[in-house]
Structure formats: C-alpha cells, structure tokens
Design a protein around this ligand. Structure first.
Ligand code: HEC
Ligand code: HEC
Ligand code: HEC
Ligand code: HEC
Length: 188
C-alpha cells in the first residue's frame, strides 16, 4: 500500500510541475490570424499577389460550398446529419479553425474563408511578423508548414477518394490553377 501511494504522489507532482511534457500539443499550437492578415503583405504585385490569387480560387469558396443544397444532400446520404456545415466529416477538408479551442482563433479569422492560407501554411500567429517571415528557418520553427518537399502528397491529403465527389486528381493541372509564386524568387 505504502509503495503505491508513493508512486501516486510522485506522478501527481510530475503532472503539476510539467504538464507540457504530457500534453505537448498545448505547446505547439499557434493562433489562426485569418487571410486578411496574411493579405496585408501578400497582396502587392511585387510580392506576387498571393491573396488575390487565393481569393479568386475555388478554395476560398470551400466553406460556402458546404452551405448548398447539394452539400446537405450528400451529407444526409452519408449519414453525417442534415447540415454539411455542421458535420466534422465535411469540415475536415472544407475549412479550418473549427476543431481548435477558441483561444487559438484571432479576431480577423473567418471560417467562411474555407481552404485558406493557414489551412495549407499552418496557423500564423507566431510566424506572421516581418522579422520571422523573412527567415524561412525561423518561420518554420514558429509554425509555418513546410509543404515544399512533397507538394503533391500534401494536396492529396484532401484530394483523394475520401472526398464524396472525387473524380481524380492531376497534380500538374491543378497546381497550375492555384500557384502563387513570389516573382523575385528563383524557380527550384
Ligand atoms: C508583415 C508582413 C507579412 C505578413 C503579415 C505575412 N507575411 Fe508571409 N512573408 C512575408 C515576407 C516579406 C516573406 C518573404 C518573401 C520573399 O522571399 O521576399 C514572406 C514569405 C512567406 C512564405 C514563403 C516562406 C518561405 O520562405 O518559403 C509563405 C508561405 C508565407 N509568407 C505565408 C504567409 C501566411 C500564410 C501569412 C498569414 C498567416 C503571412 N505569410 C503573413 C511577409 C509577411
Ligand atoms: C484542406 C483540404 C485541401 C487541400 C490541402 C487542398 N485542397 Fe484543393 N480543394 C479542396 C476543396 C474542399 C475543394 C473544393 C472546393 C469547392 O468546390 O468549393 C478544392 C478544389 C480545388 C481546385 C478546384 C477544382 C477544379 O477542378 O478546378 C483546385 C485546382 C485545387 N483544389 C488544387 C489544389 C492543389 C494543387 C492543392 C495542393 C497544393 C490543393 N488543392 C490542396 C480542399 C483542399
Ligand atoms: C491549397 C493550399 C494553399 C493555400 C490555400 C495557400 N497556399 Fe501558399 N503555397 C502552397 C504551396 C503548396 C506552396 C509551395 C509551392 C512550391 O513548392 O513552390 C505555396 C507557396 C507560397 C508562398 C511562397 C512562394 C514562393 O515562390 O516561394 C507564399 C508567399 C504563399 N504560398 C503565401 C500564401 C498566402 C498568403 C495564402 C493565402 C492568401 C496562401 N499561400 C494560400 C499552398 C497553399
Ligand atoms: C477528404 C477531403 C474531403 C472530405 C472529407 C469532403 N470533401 Fe467535399 N470536396 C473535397 C475536394 C478536394 C473537392 C473538390 C474536388 C473533388 O470533388 O474531389 C470537394 C468538392 C465538394 C463539392 C463540390 C463538388 C461539385 O461537384 O459540386 C461538394 C458539394 C462537397 N465537396 C461536399 C462535401 C460534403 C457534403 C462532405 C461531407 C459529407 C464533404 N464534401 C467532405 C474534399 C473533401
């Protein structure tokens, strides 16, 4: 008995001192700031108009698509409920921010922006400052997702047969529709 209670208090002490060792995700989470915030610096011709390109892309409509009758019909048929915008089985690929604590949602963030900058690049609360943005390594350390290594695989996280309307995915064609390079950077 004595032995057991010793371990109990030891564990309790450990939990009290260092909760982050046990719940590391609370350390790694960054705040979603919203597309408007990214757009402040990523809108000009010189930087490559990423915001404008995204805004005109279908990704910006992905949440609104879930509000349509067609979406609700698919949702019902799949047995996920009457409203697609309320089904996590649909939101997973059509929106961001719906699955995190409210304290990680910035004032300018809008779920209605669907598949947005931070869906692909990671929530930007800690990498959005100019100083961090200019240093790629530092940005990655602060939450910027490094999707450059295998972009096609990254797209296929959503563009796959788990999508109820999937008909195939041709990476080259699809990338050409949404690419948004920084003009003064060299092509890799
Ligand atoms: C204060 C201005 C500013 C804000 C706000 C900002 N960025 Fe940036 N970002 C930059 C600059 C400057 C660069 C470097 C571009 C270059 O090479 O000239 C950059 C680079 C990037 C890169 C390329 C990283 C690399 O080195 O490969 C990505 C991706 C990016 N930003 C995404 C975002 C996203 C997403 C947001 C919003 C969460 C955002 N940025 C907000 C200024 C900003
Ligand atoms: C988080 C999930 C997600 C990721 C990651 C994602 N997409 Fe999408 N994509 C969607 C959704 C959802 C739609 C459909 C939006 C709609 O119809 O409202 C879509 C639609 C598209 C379309 C328009 C479809 C068409 O036939 O013209 C293109 C192009 C596209 N995506 C390209 C890409 C590329 C390239 C990548 C990788 C760089 C990518 N997507 C990554 C979710 C995603
Ligand atoms: C569907 C996913 C997706 C969305 C949405 C998206 N990006 Fe990207 N972005 C990518 C990928 C993938 C790359 C890497 C391209 C490569 O490999 O050259 C990239 C590259 C970039 C770069 C670096 C370009 C370069 O030439 O090095 C910047 C800056 C950037 N994105 C900013 C943004 C901003 C700002 C938004 C929102 C307005 C946004 N992106 C939305 C997937 C996305
Ligand atoms: C695995 C990711 C994923 C999931 C989960 C997902 N979608 Fe999508 N959805 C996509 C992608 C990617 C597209 C665009 C290309 C395609 O159809 O595959 C899309 C397109 C759509 C479209 C437009 C297609 C058209 O032809 O008009 C509707 C409507 C839609 N999804 C509804 C839903 C509903 C409702 C759910 C939940 C039951 C759902 N999606 C779940 C990824 C997903």
């Amino acid at each position: 008995m004595k032995q057991k209670s010793f371990y109990f208090y030891f564990l309790l002490l450990f939990l009290l001192i260092n909760p982050h060792n046990i719940f590391p995700q609370t350390l790694n989470q960054h705040k979603y700031v919203g597309t408007k915030v990214c757009g402040k610096c990523h809108k000009s011709e010189k930087q490559g108009k990423q915001y404008v390109i995204w805004k005109e892309s279908i990704h910006a409509q992905a949440y609104k698509t879930l509000e349509t009758e067609k979406a609700n019909k698919i949702c019902k048929e799949k047995g996920f409920g009457d409203k697609a915008v309320e089904a996590k089985e649909c939101l997973g690929c059509h929106a961001s921010g719906w699955d995190v604590d409210k304290k990680f949602i910035g004032k300018k963030f809008k779920i209605e922006d669907g598949v947005q900058c931070e869906t692909c690049h990671g929530s930007g609360g800690d990498y959005k400052s100019l100083k961090v943005m200019k240093n790629r390594k530092l940005a990655i350390k602060n939450g910027l997702v490094d999707v450059f290594d295998n972009t096609e695989q990254f797209c296929r996280n959503c563009h796959n047969p788990d999508s109820p309307t999937f008909t195939g995915f041709n990476f080259e064609e699809m990338w050409a529709k949404i690419e948004h390079p920084v003009p003064h950077r060299k092509k890799k």
